[in-house]
Design a binder for this molecule. Structure first.
Ligand SMILES: Cc1cc2nc3c(=O)[nH]c(=O)nc-3n(C[C@H](O)[C@H](O)[C@H](O)COP(=O)(O)OP(=O)(O)OC[C@H]3O[C@@H](n4cnc5c(N)ncnc54)[C@H](O)[C@@H]3O)c2cc1C
Length: 372
């Protein structure tokens, strides 16, 4: 897989960077993380109408911009730099890719244009009590009710589940795992926001109690399709982690150049210099793994995507976490305080490292793919 960005990709990166730097300032992030919704509706609307970012990877015939996972990855990386608060990973990545992979054209026509226009927030609910994204272990049952279906059970740690207008739910039928559409306002459906370490990303617990649902994945087993969706989500999260790690590296290097102790910049002391150098090395390795994964997500070799996404998540999660921890250390006592942004990145890194599986789980999956 050749990883080459074009000049158009660089233009997109610069456009999104400018937008994020203006709209996802530290002040805005701190304001939004204290709100119930967790995002700014006006910014979301502008991302849809002015930049076409929400439907970036949806085909034009379904209201999207017709781009690929590569462009989506560029946006995710820029969002990671600025700790963007909003339902992008859930709506533009997971739900969009689930619809593209699982739904028939009627469901795509009904849901994708509303998503791309920014009017519909959507998410995918896979994990249950143990928080794992193991499609084979899904226990939630779906039962037929005439032409419709009813769902019973619980979905946990659902990204933006507290505010989604549409929830795409993976549940088990007699034919295997299916994907079901549930309206946010459906009867017999309740949701509760979860207290999270990372206040910049919202998770919810959803309870279904005979909740009416529509089967959108046809009658066949959707396991392979949902594994693809999780792999795409993992690749996108990995590249978001790279954006965050790069930002921490920049913060650390800037500070190490300007903070004087004993009459010298602290960056001239070996202990700090080596930390910055290690951070650079790990961020670059992480970048290579994540870029490989997003290019695989834009390709059509499923096995290569699975390998690449597990590799990327196992490496990027650890690299990001170490970058955020060292960033705090390099900033001395100030880096430890609530007022400094270092802890926001640290918490984002810690929480992201267990979303869609922790590094150990990803290495185990890699081992299984290698038949070990
Ligand atoms: C929870 C907490 C409570 C505190 N309470 C008090 C208090 O009650 N009273 C008080 O006066 N202060 C207090 N402090 C401040 C504390 O004393 C300083 O944070 C500490 O001495 C470090 O200084 P600094 O923050 O200026 O970091 P800096 O000295 O700027 O250090 C920044 C980074 O550079 C590294 N570094 C600095 N010099 C060298 C060197 N020569 N060689 C190698 N590496 C170096 C440091 O290890 C660190 O990683 C508190 C700090 C914390 C976190």
């Amino acid at each position: 897989m050749e990883v080459v960005f074009t000049s158009e990709h660089e233009e997109l990166r610069q456009t999104v960077r400018r937008f994020m730097q203006a709209q996802s300032t530290e002040q805005t992030v701190r304001r939004l993380m204290e709100t119930d919704s967790g995002y700014d509706a006006r910014t979301w609307e502008r991302m849809a109408s002015e930049l076409s970012l929400i439907g970036l990877a949806a085909p034009e015939k379904f209201g999207g911009a017709g781009y690929t996972a590569i462009e989506l990855g560029i946006v995710m990386e820029e969002m990671g730099r600025e700790l963007f608060c909003g339902p992008y990973l859930s709506t533009a990545v997971l739900a969009t890719s689930a619809l593209l992979r699982c739904a028939d054209d009627a469901a795509k026509s009904r849901l994708l244009p509303a998503i791309a226009s920014g009017k519909t927030i959507a998410t995918v609910a896979i994990a249950e009590e143990n928080g794992r994204y193991d499609i084979g272990a899904i226990a939630m049952r779906a039962a037929r009710d005439g032409a419709k279906w009813r769902l019973d059970g619980v979905k946990n740690y659902v990204l933006d589940g507290h505010c989604a207008d549409v929830v795409l739910v993976a549940a088990r039928t007699d034919r295997g795992v299916g994907l079901f559409e549930v309206e946010g306002k459906a009867a017999n459906f309740s949701r509760a926001s979860l207290p999270t370490l990372d206040l910049t990303r919202k998770l919810a617990r959803l309870t279904f109690n005979g909740t009416p649902a529509t089967l959108i994945s046809g009658d066949s087993d959707a396991t392979a399709a949902l594994n693809h969706v999780v792999a795409v989500g993992s690749a996108m999260l990995a590249v978001e982690q790279v954006g965050g790690a790069q930002r921490c590296l920049e913060m650390s290097v800037d500070y190490a150049k300007t903070r004087l102790q004993f009459g010298r910049p602290i960056g001239s002391f070996q202990a700090i210099k080596h930390k910055c150098a290690d951070m650079l090395v790990e961020t670059e390795f992480a970048r290579s793994a994540a870029y490989h994964a997003i290019f695989c997500a834009a390709g059509d070799d499923e096995n290569e995507l699975q390998m690449a996404s597990h590799m990327a998540r196992s490496y990027c999660s650890e690299a990001y976490f170490r970058a955020t921890a060292d960033n705090i250390q390099i900033h001395g006592g100030m880096g430890f305080t609530w007022e400094h942004p270092a802890h926001l990145y640290f918490k984002r890194a810690r929480a992201s490292s267990i979303l869609f599986g922790d590094p150990i789980e990803h290495r185990q999956e890699l081992g299984a793919l290698l038949a070990l």
